[in-house]
Design a binder for this molecule. Structure first.
Ligand code: PRP
Length: 196
């Protein structure tokens, strides 16, 4: 397997630099801490894998006590590179959420299908409350309406990577959100779904 090219070969321009990201995450942390200040128990649920970096930076900005859990979902069938519209759980939560206050942490909401599915699934487990915090909202691509309680940035309909978002599983470690150069082939996008 050949190594992926350096990110500079794929980067058109930086959409949100590291400084802007961290400033906005600090604001979100403050807002969430304020809103949840009277809640005794909060659990943040990160949707893997894209939310990894956002989750760890966001939790460091929270001043309210909270635990974390993770769920890995995909909108692809196993071994399939096109969207099946069928969202599957690859890894479920470790703990029950009944009567708990849950905040879902996402990196990006695109069509909204992943989140719609996760919300339906989690509401069925009877949490005390369920809210959503997404770093990026690509509203232009929405296919199903989903409630977003906290939004880091509204972004245009461009292909983004970095800060948790991958191109074929690479570049999640970049500290900024970049836009992919036109002409770069992204397997998922070729088949009709953004690889964000
Ligand atoms: C991305 C992202 C969201 C979802 C958004 O995950 O993290 O969970 O897609 O797309 P949607 O609104 O169109 O459903 P992806 O399936 O690419 O997995 P990853 O986070 O592991 O990269």
């Amino acid at each position: 397997m050949s190594s992926p090219p350096p990110y500079e070969d794929l980067l058109d321009y930086v959409l949100i630099d590291a400084d802007r990201l961290q400033k906005r995450i600090a604001e979100l942390g403050k807002e969430i801490s304020e809103d949840y200040r009277h809640f005794e128990d909060i659990v943040l649920i990160g949707i893997l894998k894209g939310s990894m970096l956002f989750m760890t930076d966001l939790m460091r900005q929270l001043t309210v006590p909270h635990s974390v859990d993770f769920m890995d979902v995909t909108s692809y069938g196993v071994g399939v590179r096109h969207s099946t519209g069928d969202v599957r759980i690859l890894m479920d939560l470790h703990a029950p959420i009944e009567r708990r206050n849950v905040l879902i942490v996402e990196d990006i909401v695109d069509s909204g299908r992943t989140l719609e599915h996760v919300l339906r699934l989690l509401w069925a487990r009877r949490p005390a409350s369920l809210r959503v915090c997404t770093l990026l909202d690509k509203a232009e691509r929405r296919e199903v309406a989903v409630p977003l309680d906290y939004i880091g940035f509204q972004i245009p309909n461009v292909f983004v990577f970095g800060y948790g978002l991958d191109i074929d599983e690479y570049y999640r470690n970049l500290p900024f959100i970049g836009v992919v150069k036109p002409g770069v082939v992204i397997l998922d996008e070729e088949e009709g779904k953004d690889d964000s």
